[in-house]
Design a protein around this ligand. Sequence first.
Ligand code: NAD
Ligand code: IPM
Ligand code: MN
Length: 358
Amino acid sequence: MKTIYPIAVIPGDGIGGEVITEGIKCLNALSDVHGGLLFEFTMFPWGSDYFLKNGVMMPEDGLTILKDFQAVYLGAVGDPRVPDDVTLHGLLLPIKMGFDLYAGLRPVYLHEGVSSVLAGMSPGDIDIVVIRENTEGEYSNVGGIVGHADQTLAVQSSVFTRKGIKRIIEYAFEYARNHGRKKVTSLTKSNAQRYGMVLWDQLFREVSSQYTDIRRESKLIDAACMDAVRNPGNYDVIVASNLFADILSDLTAGITGGMGLAPGGSFNPSDKTVPGLFDPVHGSAPDIAGKGLANPIAAILTAKMMLDFLGEFQTADILYQAVKQQLAEKKIRTGDLGGDAGSYEVGDDIVKILQAVK
Ligand code: NAD
Ligand code: IPM
Ligand code: MN
């Protein structure tokens, strides 16, 4: 008897399809090695091409369709032909918000074989998990644009609820406890943003007092950006609002080898009936799209996170070790890591390592 996992695949735009293809290749190779696991992929051609043909990024009943899957594996969304707010609010964000996937997990690690843009960093010196609130804060769709010409006025409101803040901070501490992590840092801007962020700081104090085994630190986002560059070892688990964690997760990717290595996953820790959404931190990279140059490792590590979400921890670790080995060998690598290999060559190389596990 094989365990079958139905996975919805949305390659999306730009390099999305190029990197997801390599992730699927690795998952299929793992399935061969394992023998008892089968991934049943259903492809959905949703995204900007779909929008240009149909006027919507996904069908109206898109979420109902996705609900039947255990996980959604997504490449990237964003196309220069369509305004970004239209594409993202038409596909990626409705999945996160619609399924209430409030926990966004974005781990980075400085791997052997990868050099940091920061001087003097050795493998393992940077090991940070950014935990992002995914459903409210600065991404709440509250506001509008009124008037025209010189009289134009835009209001963009952030919404912070006690429930929304408390559950993500609790998740960050639970995550730290369950993963042997020692410290949770909360980032806000409560000196300037005096309502939502003040409530966030207050709840961080309240929740952290229940977790005396984990060190806590509350910092301002601007100072933390500077400090994370100068002293990344000071960070372990970071919890922050939708926008701040979004920005910070590009920064943490930037100091650990770049966007081509940074994976991500979003899920609802308290509702196992909804699928998790797994997409790398990077976007559709229009500057390199269609050329086969994208580093697929972020998407492959994202597949590893999807396996963890499905409870396939051992298989996830086999994939993780294969990626680590591939990076450490420093032989076949894409341009972002100083090599000249194509996306598929990196994928093939990881598959070769996986096949040797047999
Ligand atoms: P981006 O992450 O797409 O690209 C930033 C830089 O990183 C580019 O120079 C790009 O070439 C490089 N890069 C990204 N991924 C790479 C990879 N796998 N291998 C090698 N290099 C890689 O960010 P952007 O340029 O700001 O955004 C492009 C589009 O993607 C926009 O439409 C944006 O809204 C969208 N976007 C989507 C997502 C998502 O779907 N999850 C995330 C971020 C941005
Ligand atoms: C990400 C992206 C998206 C986000 C954008 C494209 C809406 O930057 O996944 O990091 O901020 O959620
Ligand atoms: Mn982002």
